[in-house]
Ligand binder design. Structure first.
Ligand SMILES: Cc1cc2nc3c(=O)[nH]c(=O)nc-3n(C[C@H](O)[C@H](O)[C@H](O)COP(=O)(O)O)c2cc1C
Length: 406
C-alpha cells in the first residue's frame, strides 16, 4: 500500500501533535456532529457535558458544531450562533474542555443550499438559482454585497472563537454547504469571476480564508473541512478538489485540511456509508412529506455499503498536492488498527464521528493494550437525531442534561 504522506517519522496515536500554534495531547479529533443542544443558539450545560465526555474519554480535541456565522446559515435546529453576544457561554465551553485536559475547535459555516426556511425564516441562498432535490426548496442566487457580508461574518465568527478561548476553528468548506456549493459546477452557474474555472469557483473560499487569517493572525489553528468528492454526477470530484486544495494551501494560511466527501444536498449516504435509515428520515417529516420519504427516500439518500477507512484512497490523492498544511483523515475509522494504519500512512491527525458518538471513551478504552474494536455498527440511526438531540441510539444518557443557556 502506498503511503499517503511520506514523512521521516510516523506518529503514535497517543503522541502529542502540533497543529499550527497549538498542540493537541494526542492525534484524535472528535469530528463535527451537529449537536442540537442549543435551542437559542447558545451554549447549554447539555452541550458542555456532551463534549466533556469525549475529552474525558481521551480525545485530544473536540469540535463544537455546527456554529453558524449568521442566523441565515443554520442547517438544523439547536445549532450555535457564533456571534459576540454568545461569548460568555462559549468561554464556559472552552474552559470546561481545557479543565478536562483537551482542546476545543469550532466548526464555522453557512449552510447555503442546505439551510431550510423553516429553521432560518429566510429563503436559502446558493451561488446560483438552485432547487434542492431533497428539500425541494428554491435557493436564490447570493448577491455580491451578500458575499462581502458573508466574508466579514466568517472573519467576525473566527474572532469570536479566538476571544472565547478556542484553540482551533474549522471552516466548513464541504458537503455542498454555501462555500463548497461555489466549488460545484452542478450548483455554481455564475458568469462572473466566481464561476467558470476551478480557480474562479475557489475564489470565494480563498477570500474567506484570507479574511479570517487577517483577523485572527496566529491566535488559533485554522482547519479547513474540504470535500474531495461530492458523490453527485456533475459536481466536484478529485481532479478539481485537489486543485482547490492546492490554491488554498498556497496561501500558507491553512494549518490542516480535514478531508471529507459527500453532500448534504443529495445522495447523503455517500458521506456516511452503511445502513440507509429510511424510517428514521421519515420520522423527521410530517404528512405528505413523510409518505414521499418512504416512497423516494432511498433514491434520494442513495445506498453505499460501509467500508473501513473509506476516505483513505481519495485522501491519498492530496499527498503530492498539499505542501504546507497537515492532513486529517476521516471516514470509517472505528478500530485501533484503523487509527494505526492512518498514522502509518503519515496523516497528522485522525477524526472520528460516529465511532465516538457510540463510545466517547474509545481512546481510553484502547490505551492500555493499544488494540481493540469500536462498537459502532454504522446503523446510521444517529443521523436523524440531529433534528432533536444528536446522540448514538445506544448512548441516550447524553440527551438528559439541561438545554437552558449557561
Ligand atoms: C449525527 C451526525 C451529525 C453530523 N453533523 C456534521 C456537521 O455538523 N458538520 C460536518 O461537517 N459534518 C457532520 N457530520 C459528518 C461527520 O463529521 C463525519 O464527516 C462523518 O460522520 C464520517 O465520519 P465517521 O465515519 O467517523 O462517522 C455529522 C455526522 C453525524 C453522524
Amino acid at each position: 500500500m502506498s503511503s499517503l504522506r511520506k514523512r521521516k517519522e510516523t506518529h503514535d496515536v497517543f503522541s502529542p501533535g502540533k497543529l499550527g500554534p497549538v498542540t493537541l495531547p494526542n492525534r484524535l479529533i472528535k469530528a463535527a456532529t451537529s449537536e442540537g443542544r442549543s435551542p437559542e443558539g447558545k451554549v447549554t450545560q447539555a452541550l458542555i457535558d456532551f463534549h466533556r465526555g469525549f475529552i474525558e474519554g481521551g480525545t485530544g480535541m473536540t469540535t463544537l458544531a455546527f456554529c453558524a456565522i449568521s442566523p441565515a446559515g443554520f442547517a438544523a435546529p439547536g445549532e450555535i450562533l457564533m456571534i459576540r453576544k454568545n461569548i460568555p457561554g462559549l468561554k464556559k465551553f472552552t474552559q470546561a474542555m481545557h479543565e478536562a485536559g483537551g482542546l476545543a475547535s469550532a466548526q464555522l459555516g453557512h449552510a447555503g443550499p442546505v439551510a431550510s426556511k423553516q429553521i432560518t425564516g429566510s429563503q436559502p441562498i446558493a451561488p446560483s438559482r438552485f432547487i434542492n432535490p431533497t428539500s425541494f426548496q428554491i435557493c436564490r442566487p447570493i448577491t455580491r454585497d451578500e458575499m462581502t457580508k458573508v466574508i466579514e461574518q466568517f472573519a467576525e465568527a473566527a474572532e469570536v472563537a479566538a476571544d472565547s478561548g478556542f484553540d482551533a476553528i474549522e471552516l466548513h468548506f464541504g458537503h455542498l454547504y454555501l462555500v463548497s456549493a461555489f466549488f460545484s459546477p452542478w450548483i455554481n452557474k455564475r458568469k462572473d469571476e466566481y464561476g467558470g474555472s476551478i480557480e474562479n469557483r475557489t475564489r470565494f473560499a480563498k477570500e474567506i480564508l484570507l479574511a479570517v487569517k487577517e483577523r485572527i493572525k496566529d491566535r488559533l489553528a485554522i482547519v479547513i473541512k474540504l470535500s474531495m468528492d461530492d458523490g453527485v454526477k456533475g459536481s466536484i470530484w478529485l481532479d478539481e478538489s485537489t486543485e482547490t486544495a492546492r490554491i488554498l494551501d498556497e496561501t500558507g494560511a491553512v494549518d490542516a485540511f480535514e478531508l471529507t466527501m459527500g453532500s448534504s444536498v443529495y445522495k447523503q449516504m455517500y458521506l456516511f456509508r452503511g445502513e440507509t435509515d429510511i424510517d428514521g428520515m421519515a420520522q423527521t417529516q410530517k404528512g405528505i412529506f413523510r409518505l414521499g420519504v418512504k416512497l423516494f427516500g432511498r433514491r434520494m439518500l442513495g445506498e453505499f455499503p460501509y467500508k473501513d477507512l473509506y476516505m483513505l484512497e481519495a485522501a491519498r490523492q492530496f499527498q503530492p498536492i498539499v505542501k504546507h498544511a497537515q492532513l486529517i483523515l476521516l471516514g470509517g475509522i472505528n478500530d485501533y488498527a484503523h487509527m494505526e494504519q492512518a498514522m502509518e500512512e503519515g496523516v497528522s491527525f485522525i477524526a472520528m464521528g460516529r465511532a465516538l458518538l457510540r463510545e466517547p471513551n474509545i481512546l481510553n478504552k484502547m490505551k492500555q493494550d493499544k488494540q481493540g474494536r469500536g462498537l459502532c455498527i454504522h446503523c446510521n440511526k444517529c443521523m436523524f437525531t440531529v433534528y432533536a438531540t444528536t446522540n448514538c441510539v445506544f448512548t441516550k444518557e447524553y440527551a438528559t442534561s439541561s438545554k437552558v443557556p449557561v
